[in-house]
Design a protein around this ligand. Structure first.
Ligand SMILES: Nc1ncnc2c1ncn2[C@@H]1O[C@H](COP(=O)(O)OP(=O)(O)O)[C@@H](O)[C@H]1O
Ligand SMILES: [Mg+2]
Length: 197
């Protein structure tokens, strides 16, 4: 098992296994305390200061609340993915330390590692527009070049965490933002995406 990426902000780890990628969303006591501090504040006894440690009983309660929230999101995610990419999700589950998702290996190299020529930009745009058309009524939502894998003349996309239902305007705005972050602020995504999304 190889560590691919650890996200310090969201406590999320990506591992590469022999035949799959595994993503784990960790649920840490410290993180729970931080996440729920503001919500808890209103419920705490009046003499409790924000700088005081969060009481264990709150941590335990909110760990259960948070896990239930994550599990609901995970089940919804799997339900959507099984419609638009049957067979992509290999396993998922909820453990005391967090939730995990395992997905099929997609061959290719991230588009962000390749040289950006005008042709290549155009190919990426076409791929994204096709991707948007092919997943209706859902949309991937994170057309970051690190998620687009190029395998010779084929392209595919991974990291479906943000898949969901979005309005066509939201899709256009997000695709524009994602592509402009690599292609420059002048890059224009045609409004035809509004017809297909
Ligand atoms: N199913 C997959 N097939 C091939 N490579 C993948 C797959 N899932 C993730 N990766 C690789 O791991 C990297 C990090 O995974 P990703 O799910 O995008 O994490 P993050 O949410 O932190 O961006 C991706 O940019 C990609 O290079
Ligand atoms: Mg990613």
């Amino acid at each position: 098992m190889k560590l691919v990426k650890y996200n310090w902000v969201d406590h999320r780890t990506v591992y590469l296994l022999e035949d799959r990628y595994r993503k784990v969303w960790h649920i840490k006591d410290k993180e729970i305390a931080r996440k729920y501090e503001l919500q808890l504040y209103g419920m705490w006894p009046k003499n409790h200061l924000m700088s005081d440690p969060v009481p264990q009983e709150f941590i335990q309660t909110y760990r259960r609340v948070w896990m239930a929230e994550l599990e609901t999101r995970l089940v919804k995610h799997v339900y959507i993915m099984n419609q638009i990419r049957p067979g992509y999700i290999l396993d998922y589950g909820v453990r005391p330390e967090g939730i995990f998702l395992e997905v099929k290996l997609v061959p290719g190299v991230p588009a962000q590692d390749l040289k950006l020529t005008d042709d290549f930009r155009q190919r990426i745009l076409e791929f994204c527009l096709d991707n948007i058309r092919s997943t209706q009524p859902y949309a991937h939502g994170d057309w970051h070049l690190s998620n687009i894998l190029v395998n010779g003349s084929d392209m595919d996309i991974v990291d479906w965490d943000t898949v969901g239902t979005y309005s066509s305007r939201e899709v256009h705005a997000k695709l524009t933002k994602d592509l402009q972050s690599y292609f420059g602020q002048d890059f224009v995504v045609p409004l035809t995406v509004l017809d297909s999304a």
